[in-house]
Design a protein around this ligand. Structure first.
Ligand SMILES: [Ca+2]
Length: 138
């Protein structure tokens, strides 16, 4: 038997992916949906829950324009493309906290489910977010 080498696919430039310099928070914990080290272990019962998965869609420009990325993950750093880039967003579910600096530092803003045409009410520095995490299930 010959082992075929797996070809590596790369995420597109606009995706929230470690391929683009993003740092996923692998220790993220909110209730039953906390990250698990692996999907299953021998002898372990499977987990059942009915909490909705936190989900967010971020956009490059105000009014849901430009590049966008959808994710359920929390990020210590948004990577080369999305760092200081979010201008509008949709919170599909969960309550999310957005931080000015990477690793959940600096000013922060909490947002629950809804459509947000621009990140700040008035014209201002809307391109500031460097990390975010879901802080509650909704
Ligand atoms: Ca920033």
């Amino acid at each position: 038997m010959t082992l075929k080498k797996k070809s590596h696919s790369k995420a597109s430039l606009y995706e929230l992916s470690p391929d683009n310099g993003c740092v996923v928070d692998t220790k993220w914990k909110v209730g039953p949906l906390s990250y698990h080290a692996c999907a299953t272990e021998i002898g372990q019962e499977h987990t059942v829950h009915d909490a909705p998965m936190p989900e967010v869609v971020v956009y490059d420009h105000v009014g849901f324009k430009g590049a966008f990325a959808r994710t359920n993950l929390s990020f210590h750093f948004l990577g080369d493309f999305w760092n200081d880039r979010i201008s509008s967003l949709i919170i599909v579910s969960g309550v999310w906290r957005f931080y000015r600096d990477e690793y959940y530092k600096g000013d922060s803003w909490d947002l629950g489910p809804g459509f947000y045409e621009c990140f700040f009410k008035d014209k201002g520095p809307d391109d500031v977010v460097s990390s975010f995490q879901a802080i509650k299930l909704s």
